[in-house]
Write a protein that binds this ligand. Sequence first.
Ligand code: BES
Ligand code: MN
Ligand code: ZN
Length: 502
Amino acid sequence: MQACLLGKQNGIPSGNWKDVIMNFELKTLDLKAAAGFNTDAVVVLLPTHFKPGRDPISQLVTKARANADLEDTVGKLLSIWHAEGVKAPRLVLVSTGEGSARSVRTATTAAIAALKSVNPKSIAVCMPDGTQQRVHAVVQAVSDASYVFTTTKPSAKASMLKRVVVGLPTLEKVKAVKSAFTTATALAQGVALAKEWGNRPANHATPTMLARAAQGLAKKSRIKCQVLGPKEVEKLGMGSFAAVAQGSSEPLRFIVLQYTGAAKTVAPTVLVGKGITFDTGGISLKPGPGMDEMKFDMCGAASVLGTFEALAALQPAINVVGLIPTCENMPSSNALKPGDVVTSMSGQTIEVLNTDAEGRLILCDALTYAKRFKPRAVIDIATLTGACVISLGHIRSGLFSPSDDLAQALMQAGEESMDLCWRLPLDEEYAEGLKSNFADVANVAGRDAGAVTAAKFLQRFAKDFPWAHLDIAGAAWKTGAAKGATGRPVGLLLHYLLRSKV
Ligand code: BES
Ligand code: MN
Ligand code: ZN
């Protein structure tokens, strides 16, 4: 991605999102060396079974534990200013309990939060018991907890963490975690890109800008990108996708990304990301409160871009295709109306009973397009339904697949990357409500099981290949004081893809 591609919008310089990416370094650093290490803050992750040495930090740990100043509960911490014998002005001792990856993530997040007010530019995180999973968790937690969005708020740059040293006590341990560290930093980069595009307001993330970001990715090794506009999309017969876009003066884009890391004969995995850059609901207009959050309705698309960013960094021997249908969903005199019937690329006609169920209308044509790649699997990723948020909240994404193997592999990838999902059903009875007197299918059923009926709609367009659908409506962003994109499910997707290597 080039700085120049991001350009200026409404006179606001949008900068280069890579400015906000921190530099991770893996180093041999035992606690003795950490005490003399030149950095703004040292964080020490302490498992229950920590064996103190004779160095100043170990002695502090022993004293703190003896005085009950440092509880052995995950995330409990002691923050010390100018600790005796420690060069860094701040020392944070934090408990990780038995040291599961999730505990390590919780503890690391707490430590970074404790340092927020000090605003460190560089930190060292010492892991006396570092393993692959724990190092992966630390890199993820540090980059998540210290992420700042600066594109439309350049003043936030002042609080950026620049350098992170992950320290393990011996060279053997460093060597043992090296590959996990590489994966984790590549993932952090991909997640940061997904967050960047997710967080951008819709006037800084139009379909055209999203397409330019994808073209920027194609400057990297093994990545190609093709961008189709309204004419090409019409020619392909994507009447459903085009119908959603017709209410906006922003032209639609259909983005085709290809990562070729294996022989051309190897069947690719296709990722399809929903790219609604703003969802007003269209003529079936959404209520006003909270509508700003519908700028996040392209987080599926952003997760595809983020996954390609990570693939570019890792260069695995697999083939991956990314498809992104992207447009705005707006009300206007040209807009799609409730009751309109459109013809999808598959030939199936669709009665649009609710223009706010637009995600499935753009995805169905992308799914039909996916067939030409003779894929080994197709996974679509979409902020598809409010109903999925009601079902699973913000913890797990909804997972749908008729294939047990694919569902199992995605579940496992979610666990591995701590980017969780949960399988929901696809029984044929759920499709009952999608019947229409005026078209092959309606775009909405009743209120009941809304996440499932949306998936049933998509399934009609995914009959020719193994398929899974991830509803990330609850996972893709946070609301409230911490409002912002999460970069999910880049972790899940990347881990799934890396495992698919034969
Ligand atoms: N983008 C929304 C889904 C959404 C809503 C995600 C709220 C996160 C929070 C989607 O396009 C939509 O509007 N879905 C409708 C479907 C309904 C009309 C059947 C919904 O969920 O309300
Ligand atoms: Mn909608
Ligand atoms: Zn939407």
